[in-house]
Write a new protein. Structure first.
Length: 614
């Protein structure tokens, strides 16, 4: 038994196992033979197939939302080309999965064809990305950024489909270790020589480009991947019923930065941001001209950690001097510890020493020489302070009095900031996009702001992120009632006992990870060798997590509370980061379930006998 009286967890961590994939989404699944009659014009505004897809889309959306005009146009004009090719090749039994997605993919794969390989007789899949572009030009500074006439650059369609394939190989059991089963194609049906520069990106089996004047080559490639006379039903079943592997936690991901293989399959804006930094570093950073500050902004779950991990991993592989920094003691200590934990026993001392150099705190940057680093990745940059004035900061650094942002900018040839304007915790945390742009200009630097609009956490539920933002917003607006979206389960409980029982049952049943948090509205007194049960609601009593620096038997330290299974049963504070850095300084922590006691809960309980959990 633990000090709080709860049992030790016996099930494996959910990130160590793979689970049944209940989140896969397909708008429509039909064979080529079934789809062929639906792409014959019947004198109406849209093809019968498009009308069917519009109806399926509206019915599957919780708010009955209509698909956008671009998607409808693609169904009307691009999708029929794929079906015509299948029929022309005699691939009538091949199945098409239209608008296929998983929570970790940035958008849907337009079509996945499922069948049997003509040579190996193994399962065979072709992911097809359809673009309506008539013309497009690759950026002169970023080989995967494309100007296709939109406000912002788009990810190169070949790289987009490559990343889809890589994601599916990483996360779906039938494809992991069998990457030869899947291929990728970008089809620009409306374009020809107007997109010639797009062919400069190297192709592979997971991504190649075909245009209007290369449809013969497109047909030949499809014929090389899918056999005639064999039903695609089994292959489609295997994919739709596949077990899905979890993405690594942030600590696990950073512990693999020494790998030559990608940890994350970056998608869309993530890949553009990644390549923007990578190309600048390869070109010599500030040595090749004016220093450039890259600011990457995204909300919770938008992929900032994935970009940081892949930058650190790839640049280290290329031999560059790159350092990761944050303003969070627990975040940095977790990354250092993860590096040590994955090292061979005989080398852990040396690895720990190197980890202290590779993972630093913001306030340490002031003591380094100007441009002494090639790249500085400033993670969670919303936690940048106005000045570096901690007790460990050297006196001469304090006396110099530079803004902390300026110290971070001056120390690296290529400073990269990743942040979310909404996640600052303390009054002296000034890291926002506007502030960092202001400091970049003051330091005489160019700057670029990259937005990450996607959602790869919380089962990919953008609706949940927007709802929580409105619920907790300082603006004079009220959040609408939560509308279930099939990805996030929001529950109300009559008592904390009921919700805790639910969490424990889930942990015992399937190895789920859970934690409990509360606002700082109960006493938090010094420890006397044990955890005090100070969070009290009626007969339900639980202790706060251990304070920073306190060590007790079978109780995780503060910085490890949210990731150590022994932390369940202790309450983390979501409104006092100084005593609960395990929650506040690790926003990338993801649990399967979380019980939340709002800060006003104690006052509410004094007036009511019921309790609500969000």
């Amino acid at each position: 038994m633990r000090p709080d009286g709860l049992p030790f967890r016996k099930r494996p961590h959910p990130h160590e196992i793979h689970r049944a994939c209940g989140e896969l989404s397909v708008l429509l699944r039909k064979s080529a033979a079934e789809l062929s009659p639906l792409v014959t014009p019947v004198g109406r505004e849209h093809l019968p197939l498009t009308e069917r897809l519009i109806n399926e889309y509206v019915q599957s959306h919780p708010n009955k939302k209509q698909p956008n005009k671009g998607l409808i146009a693609s169904w009307d004009h691009n999708l029929p080309e794929v079906i015509h090719v299948l029929v022309a090749l005699g691939l009538h039994s091949v199945e098409a999965l239209i608008e296929y997605s998983t929570p970790g993919m940035a958008g849907d794969a337009d079509v996945i064809l499922a069948g049997q390989h003509p040579t190996t007789e193994d399962l065979s899949y072709v992911v097809i990305e359809l673009k309506q572009w008539h013309k497009a030009v690759v950026s002169s500074t970023n080989p995967i950024a494309v100007d296709a006439g939109y406000d912002k650059p788009k990810l190169h369609p070949v790289r987009q489909v490559q990343r889809y394939c890589e994601y599916l190989v990483q996360h779906l059991a039938p494809l992991r270790g069998a990457r030869q089963r899947i291929a990728g194609v970008a089809l620009l049906h409306n374009a020809s020589h107007e997109v010639d520069s797009l062919f400069d990106l190297p192709k592979n089996d997971h991504g190649r480009l075909y245009t209007r004047d290369r449809l013969g080559e497109f047909k030949a490639f499809i014929a090389s991947r899918l056999a005639r006379g064999f039903s695609g039903s089994h292959a489609a079943d295997v994919l739709c019923q596949a077990q899905q592997y979890e993405a690594p936690s942030s600590s696990e991901a950073f512990s693999r930065v020494g790998s030559p293989h990608p940890v994350f399959a970056l998608q869309k804006e993530q890949e553009i941001a990644f390549q923007e930094v990578r190309q600048k570093v390869r070109a010599g950073g500030s040595k090749s001209g004016r220093k450039k500050v890259v600011i990457i902004q995204g909300g919770p779950g938008s992929g900032k950690t994935a970009v940081a991990v892949e930058l650190l991993r790839s640049l280290k592989q290329e031999g560059h001097h790159v350092v990761h920094a944050s303003g969070s003691r627990s975040f940095t200590s977790n990354l250092r510890q993860a590096a040590v934990d994955t090292a061979p026993y005989g080398k852990r001392g040396a690895v720990a020493k190197q980890a202290r150099k590779d993972y630093r705190y913001f306030q340490q940057s002031g003591e380094l020489e100007e441009n002494s680093l090639e790249v500085l990745i400033c993670d969670e940059a919303h936690r940048v302070r106005e000045k570096s004035d901690g007790r460990d900061v050297k006196r001469w650094v304090k006396e110099r009095g530079l803004p902390q942002a300026d110290e971070l900018i001056r120390v690296a040839e290529m400073p990269v900031f990743l942040l979310d304007d909404w996640q600052s915790l303390r009054p002296d945390e000034v890291g926002t996009v506007d502030y960092l742009v202001e400091r970049a200009i003051a330091c005489g630097c160019d700057y670029e702001v990259v937005e990450l609009p996607g959602m790869f956490r919380a089962e990919g539920s953008i609706a949940f992120r927007e709802w929580v933002t409105k619920l907790l917003s300082l603006k004079a607006t009220s959040a609408p009632a939560w509308v279930p979206d099939g990805r996030i389960d929001v529950r109300l409980a009559e008592s904390p006992e009921d919700m805790e029982t639910f969490l424990m049952e889930r942990m015992e049943k399937d190895g789920s990870r859970a934690h409990m948090t509360a606002g700082f509205c109960w006493e938090w007194t010094p420890l006397d060798g044990r955890l005090r049960v100070e969070v009290q609601i009626g007969d339900w009593h639980r202790p706060w997590n251990a304070k920073d620096g306190v060590q007790l038997d079978n109780v995780p330290e503060s910085s490890q509370w949210a990731t150590d299974p022994r932390g369940f049963g202790q309450i983390g504070c979501h409104s006092r980061p100084s005593v609960c850095p395990g929650l506040h300084c690790r926003p990338s922590i993801v649990s399967d379930h979380c019980l939340v006691l709002p800060s006003a809960c104690r006052r509410i309980i004094s007036r009511r006998s019921s309790w609500s959990q969000i």
